[in-house]
Write a protein that binds this ligand. Structure first.
Ligand SMILES: CC(C)=CCC/C(C)=C/CC/C(C)=C/CC/C(C)=C/COC[C@@H](COP(=O)(O)O)OC/C=C(\C)CC/C=C(\C)CC/C=C(\C)CCC=C(C)C
Ligand code: CTP
Ligand code: MG
Length: 166
């Protein structure tokens, strides 16, 4: 999950500048995505996720980590891009529900990256998902993701890259 976990944190650290929706609003007079979704955050985040995945691929073969899922350039790219596409879809839905930027939306805020990355993987590279994400691994992902998300967001809030600690 590292290539899917890193992009959100990297986007928070590197984001800013032109918003993806260029400030446009939908028919409900609310922003399409909002100022929290920027080009720099998206592409910087995906790039950092892919780089983290390349380190994983190198470590897998160098240290013979065959008990861990085997990553490929395609799998790490899909995990990284899917994570931030999931984040983008979540923000779109948040705006449609009338939630402001940064307002909490429990469960969606924590699992957007998991749903986005796994859906993209299912569409483009389903064999990676079926070969690697066994039931025990899926259960671990469901348990550990909100815990890590909370810890990393609190760190992000205190170092000043997140406006809210969730
Ligand atoms: C600064 C750059 C370029 C990259 C950061 C890379 C990094 C250290 C990533 C951490 C990856 C990680 C293990 C994430 C797991 C948790 C997770 C699901 C994160 C989702 O993203 C949270 C992000 C935004 O969330 P939101 O979009 O839903 O609101 O939070 C933003 C937080 C930050 C940018 C802070 C960045 C964090 C650090 C620099 C420190 C990270 C700390 C650890 C890896 C320690 C974790 C410790 C324990 C005990 C698990
Ligand atoms: N594609 C992205 C995703 C995130 N970010 C940056 O990362 C921060 C934290 O991301 P997130 O919590 O997902 O955004 P929020 O500001 O909480 O907005 P939303 O309510 O839409 O989730 C954002 O404020 C923004 O600075 C970005 O620039 N571009
Ligand atoms: Mg948020």
């Amino acid at each position: 999950m590292i290539p899917a976990y890193v992009p959100n944190s990297a986007a928070a650290a590197l984001g800013g500048g032109t918003p993806i929706d260029f400030g446009k609003v939908c028919s409900d007079s609310r922003r399409v995505f909002g100022d929290g979704k920027t080009y720099r955050g998206f592409f910087g985040g995906v790039l950092c996720g892919i780089l983290a995945g390349l380190v994983e691929i190198w470590a897998w073969s160098s240290f013979n980590l065959t008990v861990l899922p085997r990553q490929t350039l395609l799998s790490v790219t899909l995990l990284a891009a899917g994570a931030l596409l999931g984040d983008l879809v979540k923000s779109f839905l948040k705006r449609r529900l009338g939630k402001e930027r940064g307002e909490s939306w429990p469960i969606a805020d924590q699992y957007d990256l998991v749903i986005g990355s796994f859906l993209l993987m299912l569409l483009i590279y389903p064999q990676w998902l079926f070969e690697n994400i066994t039931l025990p691994i899926a259960v671990w992902i469901v348990i550990i993701t909100p815990l890590l998300h909370r810890v990393v967001n609190i760190i992000g809030y205190y170092i000043g890259v997140k406006e809210v600690p969730w």
